[in-house]
Design a protein around this ligand. Structure first.
Ligand code: LLP
Length: 436
C-alpha cells in the first residue's frame, strides 16, 4: 500500500497567518478567514464553499493605490478573475472601473452599480450586439484587437450616430515567462496587433469617422512573477507612443493591462507598488509620467483573498497512490486540470497524528479531476479541507459538468460572514431545458 508517512506535513504545522494569505490564519488549531471560523462556515453553509476576505481585497487594492499616489491612474478590475456581483460592488465602491470581455460582463457591471464611464472592453471576438450595448452605455474605451474589428466597430458606431473611443491593443512580442495558456504578448498568440503593424493600424483607425483614438493598450499575460517582461513591454509600448504621436495621432491614455502574479506556492511576484515604482520611473524618464494610465489587474486583487472549503468524502488506497476524494471537483476548481496549477490544501481543523501521501481528487469522471497531487495530509472522511488561493479564476470558470451545481460564496468582513451567492440547485440547472 502506498502509505508514506511523515512526522507531519508542512501544511499542517502552520500556525498564525498562512504565507501569502495574511487574512487566513490558524488560531488554536482552527483555520480562520479574518474573524470567521472556516469549520463553522462549512457546517452552516455546506461544501464546496468559497470564502473571501474583504480585508485581503482591500489590502491588494491598496498596494496599487499606493503605487499610483499622485498620478493620474484608473484601476480597471479585470472582472473575469471573479465576477460575482458583491465582489464587483466592492471594487466599484473603492472607485475602480472594470475591464470587461463580453456583453454579459457589461451587464454585471450595471447590476453591481459600477460606473460605466470607467469601463474598458477587451477581447478578440466582440460581437456587433456587444459593441452596440457598450456604445449605448458610453463606456470609456474599446481595446481593439484586429483591423477587422476596427471596421465593424466603426460601422456599428456610425449606425448609432456615435463615435467609439478606442485603443489598439498592441502585441509587444515579449515573453511573460508564464504558463503558455496564459501568455498573451508573444507573436504566436491570437491577441493584439503586431508591433510592426501598429502605426499603420492607428493611421487607419484615425481616418475612420466612427472611431475616436484615445489610447494604446497592451497586456502580456497572467501570473507574471518577474519584473523584466513588464519593463521590456513598457519600453516597446512607449516606442510606439512616440511613433504614433509623431504621426499626428495624440494618445490620451496608456493602458498597461494586468497580469501581476500571486504567491500560490512560494512564488515571489513583486508587490504592485514596487512594480509600479519601477514602471513609473521608466515613464518619467521618457517624459510620459503625467499621461493618464489605466491598468487591468484581476488575479492580484482577488486570488489570495479566497479559499474553497471542501469535505473529505472517502479515503481510498489505490495500487500506486492513496486518494483523498473530496466533494469539490474540476468543475469548481478548474485550474489544476487546465494548467497543472498548484494550490495549497490544508485541513481546517488541525490534529497531530500520522500523515499520509494523497492525491486529492474530485468526484468528476475524469482522471484530470485532481485538485492536488502528492500531498501529505492527516484527514478522515467528514473533515473539511481548505484549498487556498482560489479567489481568482475559480468560481468565474466553474461549470456544471457532471450536472454538479455551482458552489456557494461567502464574503467575510471581520466576524461578519455574508452569503453572496447561494448554492445552485438542481432546479436552477434544469430550468433552462425542455423535453422534446
Ligand atoms: N486584461 C486582459 C486583456 C486579460 O486578458 C486578462 C486576463 C487580464 C487583464 C487580467 O489578468 P490578471 O491580472 O488576472 O493576470 N484562467 C487563467 C488566467 C487567464 C487570464 C486571462 N486574461 C488562470 O486561471 O490562471
Amino acid at each position: 500500500m502506498p502509505t508514506q508517512s511523515t512526522a507531519s506535513s508542512v501544511q499542517n504545522e502552520l500556525t498564525g497567518p498562512l504565507p501569502g494569505h495574511p487574512h487566513v490564519h490558524r488560531q488554536q488549531g482552527q483555520l480562520f478567514v479574518e474573524g470567521c471560523s472556516l469549520n463553522d462556515l462549512a457546517a452552516q453553509h455546506g461544501t464546496p464553499l468559497f470564502v473571501y476576505s474583504k480585508a485581503a481585497m482591500r489590502g491588494a487594492l491598496a498596494a496599487y493605490q499606493r503605487g499610483f499616489k499622485g498620478r493620474n491612474a484608473q484601476i480597471c478590475y479585470a472582472m473575469k478573475a471573479n465576477s460575482s456581483l458583491a465582489i464587483l460592488q466592492f471594487f466599484a465602491q473603492q472607485g475602480c472601473g472594470f475591464d470587461i470581455v463580453s456583453g454579459g460582463e457589461l451587464a454585471r457591471v450595471k447590476a453591481a452599480g459600477g460606473d460605466l464611464s470607467k469601463v474598458i472592453f477587451s477581447g478578440v471576438g466582440k460581437t456587433r450586439t456587444e459593441m452596440r450595448a457598450a456604445l449605448e452605455a458610453h463606456i470609456a474605451c474599446f481595446n481593439v484587437e484586429s483591423e477587422a474589428e476596427l471596421s465593424v466597430l466603426n460601422e456599428v458606431a456610425l449606425s448609432l450616430g456615435l463615435r467609439a473611443r478606442i485603443s489598439v491593443r498592441v502585441n509587444p512580442n515579449v515573453d511573460a515567462k508564464t504558463h503558455p495558456y496564459i501568455s498573451t504578448g508573444l507573436k504566436g498568440n491570437k491577441f493584439g496587433i503586431a508591433h510592426e503593424d501598429a502605426l499603420s493600424v492607428y493611421q487607419r483607425a484615425a481616418a475612420l469617422p466612427g472611431l475616436h483614438v484615445v489610447g494604446i493598450d497592451c497586456h502580456i499575460g497572467s501570473q507574471i512573477t518577474e519584473v523584466d517582461p513588464y519593463l521590456e513591454a513598457m519600453d516597446r509600448v512607449l516606442d510606439l507612443v512616440a511613433q504614433i504621436e509623431a504621426a499626428g495621432i495624440p494618445l490620451h491614455h496608456i493602458d498597461f493591462g494586468g497580469g501581476l502574479g500571486i504567491d500560490y506556492n512560494g512564488d515571489t511576484p513583486p508587490a504592485a507598488d514596487q512594480l509600479w515604482a519601477l514602471l513609473l520611473a521608466k515613464l518619467d524618464a521618457r517624459g510620459y509620467g503625467q499621461r493618464q494610465l489605466m491598468i487591468e489587474p484581476g488575479r492580484s486583487l482577488v486570488g489570495n483573498a479566497g479559499v474553497c472549503l471542501t469535505e473529505v468524502l472517502y479515503l481510498k488506497a489505490g495500487e500506486q497512490k492513496n486518494f483523498c476524494i473530496v466533494d469539490a471537483a474540476m468543475n469548481d476548481l478548474p485550474r489544476p486540470a487546465m494548467y497543472q496549477a498548484f494550490h495549497h490544501i490544508v485541513p481546517v481543523l488541525e490534529h497531530a497524528a500520522e500523515t499520509k501521501l494523497y492525491d486529492v481528487v474530485g468526484p468528476v469522471c475524469e482522471s484530470g479531476d485532481w485538485l492536488g497531487r502528492d500531498r501529505f495530509l492527516n484527514v478522515s472522511p467528514g473533515e473539511v479541507l481548505a484549498v487556498l488561493s482560489t479567489g481568482a479564476y475559480c468560481v468565474s470558470m466553474a461549470s456544471n459538468y457532471n450536472t454538479r451545481g455551482r458552489a456557494a460564496e461567502i464574503l467575510v468582513e471581520d466576524t461578519q460572514a455574508q452569503l453572496i451567492r447561494r448554492r445552485e440547485s438542481i432546479e436552477d440547472q434544469l430550468a433552462l431545458e425542455q423535453l422534446l
